[in-house]
Design a protein around this ligand. Sequence first.
Ligand code: COA
Length: 164
Amino acid sequence: MSQFNIREAREQDVDNIFRMLKELAAYLKEPDAVKSTPETLRRDLQLYKCLVVEDLSNGESSTKPLIGYAAYSDKFTMCDGRLTVLDNLFVAPEKRGKGIGTRLLDMVSKDAAANGCNGIEILAHGWNSRAMAFYKKRGAIDVTENKDWHYVQIPLKSQTKMDN
Ligand SMILES: CC(C)(COP(=O)(O)OP(=O)(O)OC[C@H]1O[C@@H](n2cnc3c(N)ncnc32)[C@H](O)[C@@H]1OP(=O)(O)O)[C@@H](O)C(=O)NCCC(=O)NCCS
């Protein structure tokens, strides 16, 4: 029997999702990057999709701790049409290497295909070689390498300055 169960997130999962988001940000060496709070994640639950992983290894226990999640949403580009943006993929360190990440990515891919998306967009750090190998083994193409793309952001404050 599988030691984990993946299901759609519910409102009552948000505190646990936030805990994992903070853990992911720390792993990605950006502990201060999280601007969201449990309140904004709860408020915006309609704006993103989230799958959570329940740990079933403690048998019939009624409380099933969450040990991973995938957060994603759809976007549209003129060239690609509909795309799914995989925003976060996280599995608790002690549960890695058991196929959970692969299953999460499979489920995101199936949902994306069912919604008419043409691909999955992922932003990964170059130093995160384990994640890069994980994605490449599952068909990802590194457009930074292949097309010399640069990911740029305009902070809203500078935009306001430009308008004035
Ligand atoms: C990337 C991540 C989600 C993968 O989840 P996972 O549950 O470990 O994924 P899987 O078990 O399906 O596959 C992991 C791969 O690493 C290998 N592996 C073996 N032991 C491992 C371990 N202890 N930890 C991680 N990976 C291990 C697996 O064999 C597998 O190899 P494969 O790609 O050749 O099949 C997970 O490692 C993670 O949360 N990493 C930290 C956060 C992160 O980098 N997220 C992505 C940001 S872009």
